[in-house]
Design a protein around this ligand. Structure first.
Ligand SMILES: [Zn+2]
Length: 95
C-alpha cells in the first residue's frame, strides 16, 4: 500500500482504502478515497519510476469530482455561466 499512498499524494491526502484493494498484494485496479482541496486540479494520470528506472503512467478515474469552471476554477458553474468572465466582458464593453 506504500506505492498507492505515494501515488495518491499528487492528488491529495489518502483518507480510506477500499477493503478489496487493501487485501490485495498485486493489483491491477486500486480504489480509494482521497481528501482534496476545493478548486484544485484533478489529474487523469500519475507517474512513477519502476524498478527498471522507467517512467510509468497510471490512469486515474474519479467516481465523483466537482464541476469546475475553466475560467476561474470556481465550483458549481461552468465557463459559460462564469460571473467573473461575464464581469470581464462587461468591463470590456464599457471601456
Ligand atoms: Zn468561473
Amino acid at each position: 500500500m506504500q506505492a498507492l499512498t505515494k501515488m495518491t499524494k499528487t492528488i491529495g491526502k489518502l483518507a480510506k482504502i477500499d477493503q478489496t484493494t487493501a487485501r490485495s498484494e498485486n493489483i491491477a485496479f486500486a480504489r480509494c478515497m482521497i481528501e482534496v482541496k476545493v478548486g484544485q486540479l484533478f489529474p487523469h494520470q500519475v507517474f512513477f519510476i519502476d524498478e527498471k528506472g522507467q517512467k510509468q503512467a497510471v490512469p486515474i478515474s474519479y467516481e465523483w469530482s466537482p464541476i469546475q469552471c475553466i475560467n476561474c476554477r470556481g465550483n458549481r458553474h461552468v465557463g459559460g455561466q462564469c460571473y467573473r468572465e461575464q464581469g470581464r466582458l462587461l468591463e470590456g464593453l464599457e471601456a
